[in-house]
Design a protein around this ligand. Structure first.
Ligand code: SF4
Length: 478
């Protein structure tokens, strides 16, 4: 397994085509907009090398018997799923933000299970191909990004009826030695600093949409692939690199738009090419695992946020107030409710035909639905306790000014003995982790709220509930 520095070096050896704010970046991994996210992902490597965290961060590969990063491991038991959630909370606590690597982890588990079932029905050989790819991923400890969301164009039309068929990634050519794909994927977390992009379908497809049912692995520096790194709430501040940045780990996952301009994918990297009847299953499996994750990583992030809010309350001199304590308690309650749901969905997992285990989909979707509300509620409480300073504090440059810096330090002081710089750090961290980028990621990441409601209604089994009500109430007995 690589350590953090080796991971960063392994990225620097690759030459992806990356754009940011209109310019091509020659050294993307050293650019201040991207470097914080590389640093965060590197923590997933560094912690795996720390013996204190070996049980959570590593596992024994059932493919090779070797010790591997848990980020390349298949969920081979309930214990693996519970440990994953605990691992996500741990890394969330260490970084205070999104560490990106879980999308690929859930992607490999979805591909493992669905390629197995496709082959069983159709006699294809996708599973053996994917197994070889996964062995390499484990051996070389590579980071993979899961690229699922297409731009979607006119959302009232299916992919094959779009005026521009490229608004969904699709196969434009089938060759004896592989396929050629064209289109784009948007909001792809951690993709710029991943070694491999797992292209996954975004929805189930009927026979006429077969060309859009495509899953494959594309190296980040494949010819024809362009990465456009997205803007974030704090991107100018990242380039300033001072306290105003809030955190050296960045906020959310460093999302990019990926543009595939006739990218050739050799056969050994193709894991679905036209099997639209399995595309929906792939999406549902991936979504269930990833939605449960949010009860782990967001709990870890919120642990840091609650801690920062408590520390700021101490500096404000308000921590002893019963109302402040009650609001901090409410934040803790919201965090633990999410975590409990994620652990519960893992505890009730079921074994899939391919041998890996799937979280309980109803509970997993309930977790993510709660996240879409609770992260906002937690942010609101942090805003409430932090005060107006969260949106009006003068800049780092003003605090550093020889003319006015002293005055600002005098007037922004807190409780005796506290540091104004510490206060500013806390304010900026809370500001970043409750910003638009962070909140929107919590709302739409792993699927928008309505996507969870569709699954919850399906999984909630209303007819069975009606039957129970009839039985308890004696309805329809006579
Ligand atoms: Fe992982 Fe959470 Fe980021 Fe998703 S939002 S990639 S689960 S850290």
């Amino acid at each position: 397994m690589m350590d953090g520095a080796q991971y960063v070096e392994s990225l620097r050896r690759r030459k992806p085509r990356v754009f940011y704010k209109g310019k091509r970046l020659e050294k993307p991994y050293d650019h201040p907009a991207i470097a914080p996210h590389v640093k965060t992902a590197s923590v997933t490597y560094q912690l795996a090398r720390d013996p204190r965290h070996a049980e959570l961060m590593t596992a024994t590969s059932h493919l090779t018997g070797e010790k591997v990063s848990r980020f390349t491991h298949l969920f081979w038991s309930v214990d693996d799923l519970v440990k994953k959630i605990e691992m996500l909370r741990l890394i969330g606590q260490e970084t205070g933000t999104c560490f990106q690597r879980c999308v690929g982890l859930d992607g490999i588990n979805a591909l493992w299970s669905v390629t197995f079932e496709m082959d069983r029905k159709n006699g294809s050989d996708y599973h053996a191909r994917f197994r070889k790819f996964l062995e390499r991923l484990q051996r070389d400890d590579l980071m993979s990004a899961g690229a699922m969301t297409d731009p979607k164009g006119d959302r009232s039309l299916p992919p094959w009826k779009q005026p521009d068929p490229d608004v969904y990634v699709h196969i434009v050519e089938r060759r004896a030695d592989g396929i050629v794909i064209r289109g784009a994927k948007t909001h792809i977390t951690g993709s710029v600093n991943s070694h491999e992009i797992l292209v996954l379908p975004t929805l189930g497809l009927p026979p006429e949409g077969a060309d859009w049912a495509v899953a494959c692995a594309v190296p980040i520096d494949a010819p024809g692939l362009t990465v456009v790194f997205g803007r974030q709430t704090n991107d100018e501040r990242k380039e300033e690199e001072g306290i105003d940045c809030g955190t050296s780990f960045g906020i959310v996952g460093g999302e990019s738009t990926l543009i595939f301009e006739d990218v050739f994918v050799p056969t050994e990297r193709v894991f679905m090419a036209g099997e639209g009847d399995f595309a929906g299953l792939l999406v549902d499996r991936f979504a269930a695992w990833h939605r449960a994750n949010y009860g782990g990583c967001k709990a870890g992030n919120a642990d840091v946020l609650v801690g920062a809010t408590a520390l700021l309350s101490e500096i404000h001199g308000t921590i002893g107030n019963a109302v402040v304590k009650d609001k901090l308690t409410e934040m803790i309650h919201l965090v633990e409710t999410n975590f409990a749901g994620a652990i519960g969905s893992s505890a009730l997992a079921k074994k899939l035909p391919a041998g890996n285990w799937l979280v309980d989909p109803l509970l997993a979707n309930a977790v993510k639905q709660n996240i879409t509300r609770f992260v906002y509620q937690i942010a609101r409480l942090a805003h409430d306790l932090g005060g107006g300073i969260l949106s009006t504090m003068p800049s780092d440059a003003d605090f550093g000014s020889s003319e006015i810096g002293g005055l600002l330090k005098k007037y922004f002081t807190g409780k005796a003995g506290s540091s104004t710089d510490d206060k500013r750090k806390l304010v900026r961290y809370i500001e970043g982790m409750t910003s638009v980028s962070t909140l929107v990621e919590a709302l739409h990441g792993a699927g928008s709220p309505q996507a969870q409601r569709i699954v919850m209604l399906r999984q909630g089994n209303l007819p069975e509930k009606a039957r129970l009500a009839k039985k308890v109430l004696g309805i329809g007995e006579s």
